[in-house]
Design a protein around this ligand. Structure first.
Ligand code: UTP
Length: 234
């Protein structure tokens, strides 16, 4: 099966330490024994910091987005380095390049591609374009909530939701470089139109992400398992 995994920079590069890159590399190598894997890395704190400075010095939002993209690509390069020979050596710069290198048999790792979106959207568009079987968004929150749980004590987490419900939930997100939401609105719209099973989960433990993906891709058997994120179904 073809799996697209979006790993938030807030997970992979929270403190810019080798361990999280090496931990993900280990899990991805195990996953690649059974599946073809494309990973999209986010920018995390560094992207936000760089964007913050750029905005303060007068950069417009598109310029800030380009800076964010550069950071996501740097994180992709760090993960490639941790994967060694198992990875395709360069992050593809766009969706077509990703498709071209898919036949290499290597794990493909890439970052952002164009302004006006986040790497979740990159992952969702890749899922549709490459006709992937599963999209997994590994992020700092443990699923999609009805409202921001940090601001609203009545926010409830969805175990399962439809893509339409996801779109309605995330549409209130502010559309600014570096803004925060478990899934960006464009990614939600793509998930809605491409009708592919998506999981949003907390990703600080790469082995747990691996376990959930292996469970989900089992051809038969109970897919419910031990699982704490949100499953988006149509
Ligand atoms: P991220 O995908 O990392 O955004 O891209 P995020 O929501 O902050 O995700 P986490 O924290 O890593 O989980 C960082 C920034 O890079 C720009 C945007 O400004 C985004 O906020 N970006 C990224 C783009 O403009 N286009 C892309 O394709 C990807």
């Amino acid at each position: 099966m073809l799996i697209i995994l979006s790993v938030g920079g807030s997970i992979l590069a929270k403190e810019l330490k080798p361990d999280s890159f090496l931990g993900y590399a280990q899990a991805l190598k195990e996953l690649a024994k059974e599946h073809t894997v494309v990973v999209v890395t986010g920018g995390g704190v560094a992207a936000r910091d760089y964007i913050g400075v750029a905005r303060s010095t007068g950069a417009n939002e598109v310029e800030c987005d380009y800076i964010g993209i550069d950071i996501t690509r740097l994180n992709a390069k760090l993960l490639i380095s941790a994967l060694g020979d198992a990875a395709y050596p360069e992050p593809p710069k766009d969706y077509k390049e990703a498709q071209d290198v898919l036949s290499s048999g290597k794990i493909i790792v890439m970052g952002g591609v164009i302004p006006g979106q986040t790497t979740d959207a990159v992952a969702a568009i890749l899922t549709e374009y490459l006709r992937a079987d599963l999209l997994v968004i590994s992020t700092a929150v443990d699923g999609v909530y009805s409202a921001d749980p940090r601001k609203d004590p009545d926010a409830v987490k969805y175990e399962t939701m439809t893509a339409k419900e996801l779109v309605n939930t995330v549409m209130t997100t502010e559309m600014k470089a570096g803004s925060k939401s478990p899934v960006d609105p464009l990614a939600a719209k793509i998930i809605e139109r491409c009708n592919i099973e998506t999981i949003v989960m907390e990703g600080s433990e790469p082995q747990n992400v691996l376990k959930v993906i292996l469970q989900e891709t089992k051809k038969s058997g109970d897919k419910k398992g031990v699982y704490l994120g949100t499953r988006i179904v149509n």
